[in-house]
Design a protein around this ligand. Structure first.
Ligand code: Z5A
Length: 210
């Protein structure tokens, strides 16, 4: 992605319970120290008033009108298009660094791999994002069973978290497959202790040529 300033777009990805929340605060602290400015933090789906409404549509189940997979996919991209146009691109253009809790890789993994909708995902991704992508994606890799156990300790599961284990297995396989062929995606073993995960993330950040 070409930009005239040195701003960066960094994204944290991972299955449920991978530890994205604490990784985001760690990377946020790094960005603040490195740039002297707070990162603009986003979450997906969501991050603008309209995109947050789409987030609710994706996460909350409607018993009498179940969201079909194609509609789920399109809602996620509608939310992403809003966020990229109204928050991420303007922030990067003004020289801010952006730190994302999930981005396009989630759709490739969950909707493309998990739901089996890769052709649709690729078309909609190209149509809405073109060649716009993060400078660095940190993918926290976790065994879905362990991740879901951690996530379950937080309370009630949402519509997507209630999917069967094989959905998350397919999503994980897709995360790993894409990471393998894209050198802007770094894989961190999130099955380790939190201290070890954070050590690996810091080493990765320090090894980058910012
Ligand atoms: N989704 C999609 O399908 N397609 C898309 O394109 C996008 C999203 C963008 C968003 O839900 C849902 O939408 C998500 C994917 C889908 N659903 N699923 N399933 P969300 O935003 O509400 O939630 P999330 O992004 O999945 O998770 P999260 O809550 O923000 O974070 P997390 O990484 O899953 O977990 P955490 O809160 O950081 O950690 C979970 C617990 O584990 C917590 O108690 C920690 O203290 C503990 N933890 C974390 N790391 C460790 C280690 N290393 N050891 C021990 N314990 C740990």
């Amino acid at each position: 992605m070409s930009r005239t300033n040195n701003s960066k777009f960094i994204v944290i990805e991972g299955l449920e319970g991978a530890g994205k929340s604490s990784a985001i605060s760690l990377v946020g602290d790094f960005i603040e120290k490195h740039t002297g400015r707070l990162a603009v933090c986003t979450r997906e789906p969501g991050g603008t008033p309209l995109a947050e409404k789409m987030r609710d549509l994706v996460k909350i189940a409607e018993e009498n009108d179940p969201l079909c997979d194609e509609a789920e996919c399109l809602l996620l991209y509608a939310a992403r298009a809003q966020l990229v146009a109204n928050v991420i691109k303007p922030a990067l253009a003004s020289g801010d660094w952006v730190l994302g809790d999930r981005h396009n890789l989630s759709s490739l993994a969950y909707q493309g791999g998990g739901r089996g909708l890769m052709p649709l995902v690729k078309v909609v991704s190209q149509a809405t994002l073109g060649d716009f992508k993060p400078d660095l994606t940190i993918y926290l890799d976790i065994d879905p069973e362990l991740g879901l156990k951690r996530a379950a300790n937080r309370g009630e599961l949402d519509r997507i978290e209630k999917q069967a284990l094989d959905f998350f297995e397919r999503a994980r396989a897709t995360f790993l497959e894409i990471a393998d062929s894209d050198d802007t995606i770094a894989v961190i073993d999130a099955g380790q202790t939190m201290a070890e995960v954070h050590k690996d993330i810091l080493a990765l950040l320090q090894s980058q040529e910012w």
